[in-house]
Design a protein around this ligand. Structure first.
Ligand code: ZN
Length: 313
């Protein structure tokens, strides 16, 4: 039995949020449909923030509604606060990704409150969800951004990450995600953080969210795999820059990640050729967006046999 890996597309949120050109709603939906068709079954489709803050997400409602029509797709969205959670519940989204920064300075700049207050906000969100009828409750995920480095504070102590992971878990998170928001992490650090965290909150599913800003993305995925992590965020064509490093590469490239995992024998459920083909659609819709990706540049190796059809050696 091959180990199953859950891959979550975050390009529509992480990739588009700092991109200045609005991607048309129909193009976003075409992207979601195509990528789900390639075998990506969880997609973060938008963010429930006020449109005047991030105009790219002005169409959060129709994008969510459209995505919810795709059979078998888990539709998720980012929420910064209680108001975002309310919108998500009204729309019937499957999963809410609440995000707070482990870095005090980053959280102050981002949501104007210390991390402890964000944990308090998270408790209110959980209470709101639990007040809904059972069949109308989205899964609530607690996200720790800047957990592996911060552009204001540099390295973040492992103990801080563990502290907030435990607090979110105690507050009712059903899942956690640890994010290297600015792409500072290295594999040794990833092992240290995930091992310490899993020792405390290992009963919850924990996902990893890496950026490839400094070329360590896939190496960090391997380090997290070593720790037993089986859920990863990535974005098609590595969309998702860093506001603090203009022009830098973004999230781990979904196609490259799928290729690496498939080569290693993991079960991603993804059709690599179909996945690479989704790039064309995105490139046509957003000609001014920078696309990364080694697999798309080089193609599959000669005679490549996907793990799903490979005979055991
Ligand atoms: Zn990110």
């Amino acid at each position: 039995m091959r180990q199953k890996i859950t891959l979550r597309e975050v390009g529509l949120r992480d990739g588009l949020q700092i991109h200045p050109t609005f991607m048309q709603t129909r193009d976003k939906l075409a992207w979601i449909v195509a990528e789900a068709g390639a075998g990506i079954f969880e997609i973060e489709v938008t963010s429930y923030v006020p449109p005047k803050l991030i105009p790219q997400f002005a169409d959060a409602a129709p994008v969510t509604e459209g995505a919810l029509c795709i059979p078998g797709l888990t539709v998720t969205a980012l929420i910064p606060n209680l108001r975002g959670a309310q919108r998500g519940i009204e729309l019937g989204v499957h999963k809410l990704n609440f995000v707070m920064s482990v870095s005090h300075t980053h959280n102050m700049k981002n949501v104007r409150r210390p991390p402890a207050e964000s944990v308090a906000d998270f408790r209110e969100i959980v209470a709101l969800i639990r007040s809904q009828p059972v069949n109308a409750r989205p899964v609530i995920c607690g996200g720790l951004s800047t957990a592996l480095g911060c552009s204001y504070e540099g390295r973040i102590a492992v103990s801080q990450v563990v502290k907030y992971a435990v607090q979110l878990a105690e507050a009712g998170a059903q899942e956690l995600v640890v994010a290297d928001t600015v792409g500072y992490a290295d594999p040794n650090q990833v092992r240290a953080v995930f091992k310490a965290m899993l020792a405390e909150v290992g009963s919850l599913p924990v996902a990893a969210h890496f950026h490839d800003t400094r070329g360590t993305g896939l190496a960090n995925v391997c380090a997290a795999l070593d720790c037993g992590i089986t859920m990863f965020d990535a974005s098609l064509a590595g969309l998702g820059g860093c506001p603090f490093a203009p022009g830098a590469s973004g999230n781990v490239v979904m196609e490259d990640l799928c290729f690496m995992l498939d080569s290693m024998g993991y079960d991603t459920g993804v059709d690599l050729q179909k996945l690479v083909a989704v790039r064309t659609l995105v490139a046509q819709a957003l000609p001014d967006i920078a696309m990364q990706g080694a697999l798309a540049r080089a193609g599959l190796p000669q005679g490549y046999v996907p793990a799903a059809v490979r005979q055991p050696a």
